[in-house]
Design a binder for this molecule. Structure first.
Ligand code: IYR
Length: 222
């Protein structure tokens, strides 16, 4: 195997004064804790620049071997949104009526979801995130590494960036999602990961009365 020498550059690192660290942590927590999954959207337009900033932010995420195995497809075309809604609702009908177990349906009951997905046409943007499973270099195919983890982290950054700009999001996973590859004409090595409607909440939008686990339930210190 040919040897590749790593090249290093100085780290640009902005430290935070110790007396500021907790405050900054608390303020960031309060910002992020106000994010809610939103299923009722307004059709109000959103500047495209905001979507670009959020995707640029997502693209800063760490990834296996720095392969950055993500593609963010931004859909604003009404006809494409209509096709996505139609296909998603067909899959979701099957899921809700024939595929999901009773246990699963019971878990979803507090969320009030069903096979109807009007937000797929109402939200001004759909960001469809694809996971790149393989790349081709010098005519040779190679898998990407830890792509599930990498894309999951990038989506977390994307949601945080959009929320920070005052935009509402929904992590939607119509299942199976293969229709997205077809409608959006993506190559076979790009596998749909999640579909994220983005926009402003509808006036008087409601969200389920559900709660996050307290810290002592999610943290275990040894
Ligand atoms: N994908 C379906 C069902 C669904 C599944 C889970 I897990 C959720 O947390 C919410 C919904 C839908 O979007 O309705």
């Amino acid at each position: 195997m040919e040897s590749i020498e790593p090249k290093f550059i100085p780290l640009e690192f902005e430290g935070v004064e110790p007396e500021e660290q907790f405050d900054r942590g608390q303020r960031f927590f309060e910002l992020i804790a106000r994010r809610r999954t939103v299923r009722e959207y307004s059709n109000r337009d959103v500047p495209f620049e905001l979507i670009e900033r959020a995707i640029a932010t997502a693209g800063t995420g760490p990834s296996g071997a720095n392969l950055q195995p993500w593609r963010f497809v931004v859909v604003r075309d009404a006809e494409v949104k209509r096709k996505i809604r139609e296909a998603a609702e067909a899959e979701e009908y099957e899921s809700y009526h024939n595929r999901m177990s009773d246990k699963w349906l019971r878990r979803l009951a507090p969320l009030g979801t069903d096979e109807h997905k009007p937000f797929l046409e109402i939200a001004p943007y759909l960001i469809v995130v694809f996971r790149i499973t393989t790349i081709v270099e010098d005519g040779e195919s190679e898998p990407t590494y830890y792509s599930q983890e990498s894309v999951g982290i990038a989506v977390g950054l994307l949601l945080a960036a959009l929320h920070n700009m005052g935009l509402a999001t929904l992590t939607h996973t119509p299942s199976p999602m293969k229709f997205l590859q077809e409608i959006l004409e993506r190559p076979k090595n790009e596998v749909p990961f999640v579909l994220i409607p983005v926009g402003c909440p509808a006036d008087n939008a409601k969200v389920p009365d559900i709660h996050r686990k307290p810290l002592d339930e999610i943290m275990h210190v040894i």
